[in-house]
Design a protein around this ligand. Sequence first.
Ligand code: COA
Ligand code: AMP
Length: 630
Amino acid sequence: MAGKYTDLHHQAITNPDRFWAKVAEDIHWDKKWDKVLDDINVPIYRWFTGGELNTCFNAVDIHVNSGRADQLALIYESPITGNKKSYTYFDLLQHVSRCAGLLADLGVNKGDRVIIYMPMIPEAVFAMLACARLGAVHSVVFGGFAANELALRIDDARPKLIISASCGIEPGRVVEYKPLLDKAIELANYKPAACLIKQREQHTCQLIPGRDRDWDEAIANANAHECVPVAATDPLYILYTSGTTGQPKGVVRDNGGHAVALKWTMRNIYGVNPGEVYWAASDIGWAVGHSYLVYAPLFNGNTTILFEGKPVGSPDAGVFWHIIAEHGVCTLFTAPTAFRAIKKEDPDGRLVSQYNMAKFRALFLAGERTDPNTLNWAEQKLGVPVIDHWWQTETGWPICANPLGIEKFPVKPGSSTRPVPGWDVKVMDETGNPAATNHIGALVAKLPLPPGSFPTLWNAEQRFRDTYLEEYPGYYKTADAGYIDDDGYVYVMARTDDAINVAGHRLTTGAIEEIIAGHADVAECAVVGVADDLKGQLPVGFLVLYAGVERDADEISSEVVQKVRDEIGPIAAFKTALVVSQLPKTRSGKVLRGTIRKIADGESWKMPATIDNPAILDEITAMLKKVGYT
Ligand code: COA
Ligand code: AMP
C-alpha cells in the first residue's frame, strides 16, 4: 500500500485544484476565490484568482482573535548587542498596526512599494508586516549590500518610502547604514518621497530635514491601522536575487498562494504544531528570513526567533544551543555553513552537552548542499534528524525535503530527499529529454509550480519567460543540476549558470566580473567560485591588465577587491584577485572557467583539446599555489 507521502504527492500533481483548494481552507479569506488555478495565460499561472485576503491578518490578528493573544509571537535575541525582548501576539498587533498607521500617514497606500534596508531588529519585522497590512509591497534589501546594489533596487522597485536604521552590528564593528542609504539615493535616478529611520543606541545618525523621519518620534504619534484586503494575486513583496548581469532579478511573491502554501509547510514539512517555538537563523534579507523567520511561523501560530548575531563568536560556538535550550526551540533551520563554523570552533561538540535541549527535535539545513561530513557531525552531536532540503529564492519554500509532518524517510547524506507534494521534479539530459535514473542533468519542475512560488519577475515578465520557462517548454528551469536515484531521492549537485554559493548566499560571477571590468587598468577578467571549507565557495578573480600598464600588480589587485566590496558589499567575500598574463581560452575565445576551478580545487583535470594557450595554465596553477589554493 502506498504511504501517506506517495498519496499526497500524487494528489497534488494530478489534481492541483482540488489539493490546494482544500489546503486553502486553513487561511482566512475576506472573499473566496473564483478559480483555484488560473491557466488562462499559460505558461504563466496564477493561484486563487478572485480571492481576497490580508497576509498580516493571517499572521497576527487571527491569533489574537482566537486565543493566542498572550502567547509569545516574536523573541528578539541579540547576543551581539546584549539585548533581548519578547512580544506576545497582542504586543505584535499593537506594534504592527501602529506602524501601518504611520506608513499610511507617510502616504503609503495599497500597491506602493516600500524598501526595508535594516539590521536584524524587531522594527524590521514590524515594518514588513505593516506593509502587508496596508497591501503595500515590501522589498527587503540585505544589510550587507553596498550603496550601489541598494540603488539598483530603488530604481527597479521605485519605493515611495525607505525604512532603515542608523546602524547594523557586525563582530568588532558598527556598520553605519545612513551613509550607504544617502549614497544609494544619490546614485539612484528615482528618489523616494521619504525615509523612516530607527536610531539605535550603538550609533545615532544625522537626519535630512524634510526627507527623513525619526522612527521613535513618528510612531509615538501614529494611530493603529486596520488590515486592507488585497487580491490573492496582488504582490506581497519583491525580493531581489542576483542575475547573470549586474541587474538583479526581482522575485515577486503574491499574497494568496504564499499564505496557503507556507502555512501548510509548517506542519507538513517541518512537522511543527501551532504554539511551538521555531527558529530560522537567517537574515530577513534572504528568502529564508522572509518565509521562515517571519511569515510561515506566524501563519502557523508559532513563536519565532529573530537572532542578531553569528553562530560563532557572539559570544561562542554554543550560542545556538543556549537559545534552543532557553526558549524550548523544537526546530532550527539554518545554512550548512553555520554548522561548519560551529564544528570548526567546537569539533567535539563539548558546548552542546552543556545545554538541556529537551524540546529540540529536528535540524533543517538549506542554502547549499549539506556535505555528508557536516550532516553526520550534526546528527551525532545533536541526536536529532538532520534534514537537508532544497529550495530557491524563486520557489519561496522547499522543492525537495524529508517531510517530517507527512512521513519521515531514511536520511541519505548528500540528498535533499524527495520532491515535496506540489513539486513534480525531473532531470533533463543534454538533448532536453528526461534523463535516466542516476544520471546527472538539468533539474526542472513541471508547470504549474505550486502556490507560493514566484508568478513572475517584477517589471520583467519577458526576462521571467526567457530565464526560467523557455529552455524546457512546460517546465521551470531551476538552473541546478543533479540526479534522482532508484528510490526517488534527489541529489542537487551544482548550478548550471554562473551562480556560486558563498556562505549560503547566491552570487553570480558575471555580476562580479562586470564590476572588475570597470577598473581602468583591467582589460579582461574571469571570476570562478572555488571550494572553501567554511563558506562552501569563495569567488576568486583573474585579471589581465591593458598592455602598457606598469603599476604594481598587488596594488591593482587590492583596488579591485575594494571595488567589489564597495559596489556589491562585504557579503560578496571577494578577497582574492590575481593578475595573470592571459586568460585560458578555447580557440573560439571562450574562457575556460571550469578548468581554472578544477585546478584551484585540486581536482584532477584534463588539458582541454580546444585550448588556445595551454602554457597559461601553468602560470595560473603557480599563482593559485602561492595564495594557498590547489
Ligand atoms: N551588514 C553588513 N555587513 C555584513 C552583514 C550585514 N548584515 N552580514 C555580513 N556582513 C559582512 C561581514 O561582516 C563580513 O565582513 P568582513 O569581510 O569585513 O569580515 C562579510 O560581510 C562576509 O560575511 P559572512 O559571509 O557572514 O561571513 P562571516 O565571516 O562574518 O561569518 C559565517 C561566517 C559562516 C558565520 C556566516 O556566514 C553565517 O552565519 N552564515 C549563515 C548563513 C545564512 O544565514 N544563510 C542564509 C540562508 S539560510
Ligand atoms: P538562494 O535563492 O540564494 O537561496 O539560492 C538557491 C540555490 O542554492 C539553489 O538554486 C541551489 O543551487 C542552492 N541550494 C539551496 N539549497 C540547497 C540544497 N539543499 N542542496 C543543494 N543546493 C542547494
